[in-house]
Write a protein that binds this ligand. Structure first.
Ligand code: NAP
Length: 487
């Protein structure tokens, strides 16, 4: 989707960004214009300059309005305040416009010598972009215990898995790996694996494999050429896509596209590299290649391929080399590197090819808010999270007597996921954050909210609690995992 002006130009929101952002964005804009693409840029702000004005989100309304209209953004990196306080403006932008798929391609490039040169690395990481730990739902549970919620939905998994297969088709790729930590996080990471295995059946011409994310990292370093497309959850994708960019020469060469049903945001994988800001020394290739992805997005395939060829010729001839490749004391200035690519527009390398791209068909997934509708469900218990400095034994005995006379009984207590009551003999260095699992007494069928509240009311007479989770079953399947050591 994009917006065309009355005089036939594509209207694009451009965010120069922070640090080296304005330099790389300028380079990409000049090359696009030299390639003859008719674009009108609507420049908008986000990031550090906006935080400094006191806007907590880092994304002003004018920027949101512009993107809502143009639907396409070329964006420089935005600085993120570290630690407590403001959220990342990058993540805010991705979430505001539901750009759920982050496409991060890397390929071996001529003249960029790495330990992997000659092995033909050419792969794409498809990272889920809005869910997972990046939902940013964090709470201090006790004065000394922090928690971050990992939210993974069936809808989110459907969208990203389908996008990965569709992206593979659009580039004529043959293999998709799904990389998860489903062996440990069976419900969250496991949801992606399960969905992948279901959806893969609809793409019989594409080889589909699951791989555990840690082995994926290991295999990426050992034999990266075995991969074609890797689909993964947000955090895993963030990490392995920085790894994959290092395989082909570093962050200076790694582009990305944030794709949603309505809006697409194109940006380099790298950040604002503040130490190089304004020095005219950085490598603009990542943002130029992101701009190529943008041109493909609105079907300017010829211009996209022309820029890609010019980039390959420039790198192959090696007349200009950026500081990240040859050292910043010897590197070509960003502006001169840009001029050289512009000079090479129209030329093609005889050795280095550009893919034939087909239009990417964005997946259609139901917009129903409740995508999964079980035919039966019941509540069988509750986990009450309690702040206490008692020992597990003291707390366990006390909670057992508190639960007497209610519809529930204490089944076990865990500390950071390990069962500590009834005692198992294990050595656990406990913290003041206990998960106390209460289940329905024998014969109970469906626990009511009133019964849970009755128990909670009794617990809170004696203990501080910080949250409560219902233990549910959907279509007869447990909707919760057991603690380490729980039977
Ligand atoms: P960074 O800005 O990506 O820089 C890390 C290192 O990568 C640089 O010191 C440099 O390595 C190399 N590098 C990055 N871009 C390069 C380029 N175009 N050309 C050559 N080398 C390049 O990561 P950071 O220092 O962790 O983050 C800085 C800020 O950017 C933070 O505020 C962070 O939150 C933000 N950030 C924003 C985005 C985004 O907007 N999407 C993404 C990541 C980080 P050498 O020093 O080894 O040369």
């Amino acid at each position: 989707m994009s917006f065309t002006t009355k005089d036939g130009k594509k209207l694009i929101t451009v965010i120069p960004g922070d640090g080296i952002g304005p330099e790389v964005v300028n380079s990409a804009k000049q090359i696009i214009e030299a390639a003859g693409v008719k674009i009108e840029w609507e420049e908008r702000e986000a990031g550090a300059s906006v935080f400094k004005k006191g806007l907590q989100s880092g994304v002003p309304q004018e920027t949101i309005d512009s993107i809502s209209k143009t639907r396409v953004v070329l964006k420089g990196p935005l600085e993120t305040p570290v630690g407590f306080g403001e959220k990342s403006a990058n993540v805010t932008l991705r979430k505001l416009f539901e750009t759920y798929g982050n496409i991060r391609p890397v390929r071996e490039l001529p003249g960029v010598i790495t330990p992997y040169s000659g092995r033909g690395i050419d792969l794409v990481v498809v990272r889920e972009n809005v869910e997972d730990l990046y939902a940013g739902i964090e709470h201090m549970q006790t004065p000394g215990v922090a928690q971050c919620l990992k939210i993974i939905s069936k809808k989110g998994c459907e969208k990203i898995v389908r996008l990965a297969f569709e992206f593979a088709l659009s580039e004529g790729r043959k293999k998709v790996h799904c990389a998860t930590k489903s062996n440990i996080m069976k419900f969250t990471e496991g949801y992606l694996k399960k969905t992948f295995e279901e959806v893969a059946k609809e793409y019989p011409d594409i080889e589909a494999n699951h791989i555990i994310i840690d082995n994926c990292a290991h295999q990426l370093v050992k034999k990266p050429e075995q991969f074609d497309v890797i689909v993964t959850t947000n955090m895993n994708g963030d990490i392995i896509s920085d790894l994959t960019s290092a395989l082909i020469g570093g962050l200076g060469f790694a582009p990305s596209a944030n794709l949603g049903t309505d809006v697409a945001i194109f940006e380099a994988v790298h950040g604002s590299a503040p130490k190089y800001a304004g020095l005219n020394v950085i490598n603009p290739t990542a943002l130029i290649s992101s701009a190529v992805l943008m041109l493909r997005h609105f079907q300017e395939i010829e211009a996209a391929q022309m820029i890609e060829h010019a980039l390959l010729v420039t790198l192959e001839e090696g007349k200009v080399k950026t500081g990240d490749v040859v050292g910043y004391d010897k590197g070509t200035p960003t502006t001169k590197y840009t001029e050289e690519i512009i000079k090479n527009l129209g030329r093609k390398s005889s050795k280095w090819q550009v893919r034939d791209y087909k239009p990417l068909i964005m997946p259609k997934v139901s917009e129903d808010i409740a995508l999964v509708k079980p035919t039966s469900r019941r509540t069988v218990g509750a986990d009450i999270f309690i702040e206490s400095s008692l020992s597990p034994l003291e707390l366990g005995k006390s909670l057992e007597s508190i639960a007497e006379g209610t519809a529930l009984k204490l089944k076990m207590i865990s500390n950071r996921g390990t069962k500590v009551y009834p005692p198992t003999g294990a050595i656990t260095d406990c913290i003041d954050h206990y998960r106390c699992r209460f289940i329905l007494l024998n014969g109970g069928n469906d626990l009511t909210d009133a019964q849970i509240l009755e128990l909670l009311n009794k617990v809170l007479q004696k203990y501080k609690w910080m949250h409560i989770e219902k233990l549910q079953e959907f279509d007869g399947q447990l909707g919760y995992t057991k603690a380490q050591g729980e039977d």
